[in-house]
Design a protein around this ligand. Structure first.
Ligand code: FAD
Length: 334
């Protein structure tokens, strides 16, 4: 039995960019439905419970360069949602982080709370958010679009926004035989991402990471080690997040968890007290973690019979702010 759902605008992806696009559109009175394959909203704004604690395992913090995004961040700070975690990171060679003047923002309760907050706001303004729905195909339908969900449902709308990573976006378009001009296809095919492997560790005992509880080494195999308790998001347990570099992650993406964990633990061990021990651990794989080859504009308006706008953090700037600005630009463009 096929079940068909109708709306005005469909948005694939309820991460930062999809939610920001929805914010603009609901404020303009559009009837919006967001679809996400995740169990919850947020995408790479991801916070996970582990043991008695909590850890950010995707984006760790965000920065502000653009005044438009800055105005949103100020509102979130006024609401008590967002706080300044640091003004710089230690590379591990110094006692504490050398302040470089740029605030690094984090979210009370974990980065995913920001997505939940945006989701609640757009829902309060009439948007519908459906999670656990993987769109398998996007196909032209009359004057608009038809999306096919992995649960057999069909979704129909006059305009479509796609914010999944570019290879996933292309796969959905190709599966639905949506014709693309050579230029549009080349724009999407050009985009590249680095993967990221992430280890989460519940530690019993002292952890001696320099203030404010994190080390960042962009050129090392392990680029990031952070204490989520000192960050303020895991009051009941010490949970450490360790991220590996794009190159290291690409070379070992399919390695067994045990092998990865051994390497992560070696990177973590120097920061633990001699009698500290790891009580629980998890490995997380991000196939499309960080765009490395980007589309220069904040969105791609696909040449098609009906509005189709593509965005995300690979459109403009490869970070939370870039995703937000892409979403805002798409919302306005529609
Ligand atoms: C390990 C890691 C560390 C990071 N650290 C930082 C950092 O410290 N600072 C920073 O600024 N940025 C960081 N980032 C990048 C930041 O997280 C992203 O730039 C931003 O969150 C991307 O938002 P987005 O909306 O573009 O994409 P996403 O968050 O990926 O959202 C896309 C959504 O599309 C959904 N989707 C995909 N395919 C389908 C489908 N077929 N059907 C339905 N839904 C689908 C996904 O489930 C996802 O929710 C990090 C990312 C990772 C992975």
């Amino acid at each position: 039995m096929s079940d068909t759902h109708h709306s005005d605008v469909l948005i694939i992806g309820a991460g930062m960019s999809g939610l920001m696009a929805a914010s603009v559109l609901v404020a303009a009175g559009r009837r919006v439905t967001l679809l996400d394959k995740g169990r919850s909203v947020g995408g790479r704004l991801a916070t996970r419970r582990i043991g008695a604690g909590r850890a950010d395992h995707g984006a760790q913090f965000f920065t502000v360069r653009d005044p438009e995004f800055g105005a949103w961040v100020e509102r979130w700070r006024d609401e008590g949602l967002v706080y300044v975690w640091s003004h710089g990171w230690s590379d591990g060679s110094l006692a504490d982080a050398p302040p470089d003047g740029h605030p690094r923002y984090a979210v009370q309760g974990g980065m995913n709370r920001l997505a939940k907050h945006l989701a609640a706001q757009v829902e309060a303004q009439g948007a519908e958010i459906l999670t656990d729905v993987r769109v398998t195909a996007v196909t032209p339908h009359g004057d608009g679009w038809r999306l096919i969900g992995d649960d057999g449902r069909n979704f129909i709308a006059s305009a479509l926004i796609m914010t999944a990573p570019a290879p996933q976006t292309l796969a959905m378009l190709d599966a639905g035989a949506t014709p693309l001009t050579a230029e549009d296809r080349a724009c999407l095919e050009r985009i590249r991402y680095a993967p990221a492997l992430c280890g989460l560790y519940v530690v019993e005992g002292e952890v001696h990471l320099p203030a404010p509880g994190a080390v960042q080494r962009p050129d090392a195999d392990f680029t990031w080690i952070a204490d989520n308790r000192r960050k303020g998001i895991s009051p009941d347990a010490t949970v450490i997040t360790v991220h590996a570099s794009g190159d290291w992650s690409a070379a070992r993406y399919d390695a067994p968890d045990a092998e990865l964990s051994e390497a992560f633990e070696c990177a973590l061990r120097p920061w633990l007290a001699a009698d500290a021990w790891i009580a629980e651990e998890q490995i997380k794989r991000w196939r499309y973690a960080a765009p490395t080859v980007l589309h220069p504009e904040r969105l791609l308006r696909v040449a098609a019979h009906a509005p189709l706008l593509i965005g995300g953090d690979a459109f403009g700037a490869p970070r939370v702010e870039g995703a937000a600005l892409s979403g805002l630009a798409i919302g306005r463009a529609l």
